[in-house]
Ligand binder design. Structure first.
Ligand code: GLY
Ligand code: MN
Ligand code: MN
Length: 415
């Protein structure tokens, strides 16, 4: 893994402009209340390049006359802080994880950077303008917004450029190691869904299922959720990101789950729609089969060269034709009444992973396939979402193990 991390750093450095300093912030905690922070989320680009998952960290690449230097800033040892909030990374550990020899302290970051800038006559500062570490941090000196202000006020001759695109191009192609992390996240997600299938009953509450999922995935190495679980029964499922799963689950309704387990920052993103009482009604079956067949059709199309835009057009056309046959709509355009989101996004460290989504798919991309139909008047919302790897000549559905056929689901619910 260390070898791969160093390769990533080298690939990234190779495309940086000459006479430049690139700064990537790990981010810092965001205050929640007087003495508590929200759960810390490492900046994914920082994590991708360093493997380090700790707040108040900064990665710097210097490229001068085509020679390069990499610096990593971490927090100084602080006995009192360790007594309150735990052990921090030591210099030697940071070196071992990141493969970066030169480790400095973030407390000296401004001084060190000033020295570096002053060693150039002309220098370009490369920043990741799309980084989430960009806003809301408690420590403004280790965030992009705070730091860019400091640089602009103190140095008049700096040129700034955005290097977010370079990171997108790298992260869009997943290595075998990354694909394995995603596979494990998906497998853990399936354990959660299997537990749900056993417990799903009328008159229980949506939040019981969401809580069960969180509990089951946490049994694996305290895995986090990829994102807040969507557990939306009946008409609630027509709200795409239904935020508060509070309703009682009614006999005869469906429930849509959109959820995922994290695995060492890599995400699964899966949607399944189950009958609360264990059996789909004839009407529900008809709509379900349209979404399921669309899901399978789109997966069958995926191969290098295709765009996500094309997949979206195909999905719309596929479902529109079926709804016209059923008499629910009368022309193709009307599909947007019942299908109002995109078919796919890249998946990886982030659920909606950074990407240049207009580019044709290439080997190593991991994307979701998530058709849905949301028919308020029938109290039906169905989404079936799988995670798919683009291979040399086609695709591999990474979430094949997660039941999605009607019979399979009904059998699992009986068991
Ligand atoms: N869970 C968000 C999505 O499916 O894109
Ligand atoms: Mn999803
Ligand atoms: Mn998704």
């Amino acid at each position: 893994m260390l070898k791969e991390r160093i390769e990533r750093q080298n690939k990234f450095i190779a495309d940086l402009p000459n006479n430049s300093i690139t700064i990537i912030f790990g981010g810092s905690e965001i205050r929640k209340s007087a003495d508590e922070a929200f759960e810390f989320q490492i900046d994914y680009n920082f994590f991708y390049l360093t493997g380090i998952n700790q707040a108040d960290t900064v990665l710097v690449f210097v490229k001068k006359e085509s020679k390069t230097k990499t610096l990593l800033f971490i927090q100084k040892f602080d006995e009192l802080k360790e007594k309150w909030t735990g052990i921090r990374l030591k210099v030697e550990e940071a070196r071992e994880i990141s493969g970066i020899e030169e480790i400095l302290f973030v407390e000296d970051f401004s001084d060190e950077l000033t020295k570096l800038i002053n060693s150039f006559t002309n220098v370009t500062i490369c920043l990741d303008y799309e980084s989430a570490a960009n806003y809301g941090n408690m420590n403004e000196f280790v965030s992009l917004s705070g730091y860019q202000k400091f640089l602009k006020e103190n140095f008049s001759h700096l040129k700034f450029i955005d290097i977010s695109q370079n990171l997108k191009l790298l992260r869009m192609i997943k290595s075998a190691h990354e694909i394995e992390k995603i596979r494990q996240a998906i497998h853990n997600t399936n354990l959660g869904l299997q537990a749900i299938l056993k417990q799903l009953k009328p008159n229980k509450y949506e939040y019981e299922m969401a809580a069960l999922f969180k509990y089951i995935i946490a049994l694996n190495n305290n895995a986090k959720l990829s994102f807040n679980t969507i557990a939306a029964s009946g008409i609630n499922a027509t709200i795409l990101h239904y935020p508060h799963p509070m309703s009682k689950m009614n006999d005869g309704d469906l429930i849509l789950f959109d959820l995922g387990s994290d695995n060492d920052e890599y995400k699964a993103d899966i949607s399944r729609t189950y009958p609360i009482n264990g059996k789909y009604s004839e009407e529900q079956k008809k709509i379900y089969e349209i979404v399921l067949n669309c899901n399978k059709y789109i997966i069958s199309l995926i191969k290098p060269g295709l765009t996500i835009k094309k997949l979206q057009e195909e999905a719309k056309m596929f479902m529109a034709k079926e709804l016209i046959k059923m008499g629910l709509i009368s022309d193709l355009e009307e599909i947007s009444k019942y299908y109002y989101h995109n078919i796919s996004h890249h998946l990886g460290l982030d659920t909606h992973d950074i990407s240049l989504r207009e580019l044709p798919l290439t080997k190593g991309n991991v994307i979701t396939v998530e058709p849905g139909l949301y028919i308020k008047e029938l109290k039906i919302g169905i989404r079936i979402e799988d995670d798919v790897l683009v291979t040399e000549d086609g695709s591999e559905c990474l979430s094949l193990e997660i039941a999605k056929d009607i019979e399979e689901i009904e059998t699992l619910m009986k068991g």
